[in-house]
Write a protein that binds this ligand. Structure first.
Ligand SMILES: Cc1cc2nc3c(=O)[nH]c(=O)nc-3n(C[C@H](O)[C@H](O)[C@H](O)COP(=O)(O)O)c2cc1C
Length: 167
């Protein structure tokens, strides 16, 4: 594996990228830095934040690099939203996908993202909600920081299994 490449708006994905970099010893690059430092077709793990069920920056990363696994960092609990996300980014079944719970930092949200989250709160507040939507609405409103090493366990297991296969 050549690198972990990530996109982060308010820092949660960056924090997970650093945790995974430390645990695996794979170099970590923010996506713009990666463009300068990594060759095209480098073998990477791509990490981005969840945005309306898709993963920010994935499409661009997949055009340029050989993506071996994808991590989506969102507000949803770790390990959830997998089917929706895979569908939203048309990720092949053969590429492993992980979701990790990041958080919601209202103070760091700017511009269009702040606007969109406010719209989502308004929309969800008005409608009849499923239990999942209800949980999501209160998480969005409350905000919080949920980055935790234990949310990386499934990824680390996958990584150790794939690397030990090659020995
Ligand atoms: C406009 C917008 C849309 C979002 N859509 C989703 C979503 O579909 N699913 C989810 O779990 N989280 C969603 N989130 C929450 C972010 O993915 C979450 O705050 C994440 O931790 C941000 O990562 P970052 O700090 O690396 O930017 C959304 C946030 C914003 C601002």
């Amino acid at each position: 594996m050549d690198a972990i490449v990530y996109t982060s708006e308010t820092g949660h994905t960056k924090a997970y990228a650093e945790i995974l970099g430390n645990k695996t010893s794979i170099p970590v690059f923010e996506i713009k830095e990666a463009k300068r430092k990594l060759p095209k077709d480098a073998k990477i793990i791509y990490m981005g934040w969840l945005f309306a069920s898709s993963i920010k920056g994935y499409k661009k990363a997949a055009k340029r690099y050989a993506v071996s696994a994808v991590v989506g960092v969102g507000l949803c609990p770790t390990g959830e939203m997998m089917r929706e996300v895979r569908q939203a980014i048309s990720l092949p079944e053969s590429t492993p996908l992980f979701t990790m719970q990041g958080g919601m930092d209202h103070a760091k949200l700017r511009g269009i993202n702040r606007f969109m989250i406010n719209m989502l709160v308004k929309m969800l507040s008005k409608k009849e909600r499923t239990p999942e939507e209800d949980a999501m609405l209160s998480l969005i409103k409350r905000g919080g920081y949920f980055v935790d090493e234990k949310n990386t366990e499934a990824f680390i297991k996958w990584y150790e299994d794939t690397t030990s296969d090659k020995m």
